[in-house]
Ligand binder design. Structure first.
Ligand SMILES: C[S@@+](CC[C@H](N)C(=O)[O-])C[C@H]1O[C@@H](n2cnc3c(N)ncnc32)[C@H](O)[C@@H]1O
Length: 185
């Protein structure tokens, strides 16, 4: 796994997804090296870089050109990217142009979550998986409801991570915001 502080950042682009959350997402993804994966809303590239190390082909989609640029720089910095296609498009348009996939990780949706999930599920091969990471309560609920409407059995895990910060007199645990991971079973 790539440490958080090894990502180049752009103050205008969210991410990277915290290391602990990336760990869980990669465990759930269960990639074995031959899969086609899509990262919807690649941001800084946190998830894209982990996918690039584990899948055979990765499509990293973001409608913000600054996100595509910083993801590209992070791929280059870590010597990854030969198997990654960067797509500066809205998620719906990008997914409409893709063929079969084994995994979709959705970290941004811009109010289009239902359509994004429909398109991802239409392209999903047997045994494939959809994973949504969500901070907003509304996104968590919508992801659960849409995936169930599409006929999936769904799991949800809420992650509340605290990291130790060293002070002169000891170690203080500093909480990060909770994130839900919603995934098809
Ligand atoms: C929270 S960030 C994702 C962070 C990323 N997982 C990482 O580890 O760096 C969400 C991203 O989704 C993108 N986004 C939101 N809605 C989108 C849409 N409909 N189509 C494409 N990108 C979208 C935003 O531009 C933003 O960069």
């Amino acid at each position: 796994m790539i440490p958080d502080d090894e990502f180049i950042r752009d103050p205008h682009v969210p991410g990277p997804t915290k290391l602990e959350v990336r760990c869980l997402v990669m465990c759930l993804a269960g990639l074995r090296g031959h899969e086609v994966a899509v990262d919807v809303g690649c941001g800084t590239g946190g998830i894209t870089l982990e996918l690039a190390e584990r899948a055979s082909r990765v499509y990293a989609i973001d409608r913000d050109p600054r996100a595509i640029s910083i993801t590209g720089r992070n791929l280059e910095k870590h010597g990854l990217g030969d198997n990654v296609s960067l797509m500066n498009l809205d998620a719906v348009e990008a997914l409409e142009g893709l063929g079969e996939i084994d995994l979709a990780v959705i970290g941004g949706n811009g109010g289009e979550l239902r359509r994004i999930l429909e398109l991802a599920s239409e392209r999903l091969r047997d045994g494939g998986r959809i994973i949504v990471t969500a901070i907003l309560l509304e996104t968590k609920y919508e992801a659960l409801r849409c995936l169930r409407d599409l006929g999936f059995e769904v799991g949800i895990t809420e992650v509340s991570v605290s990291r130790g910060r060293m002070l002169d007199r000891g170690t203080m645990m500093v909480a990060q915001n909770p994130i839900s991971i919603i995934y098809t079973l």
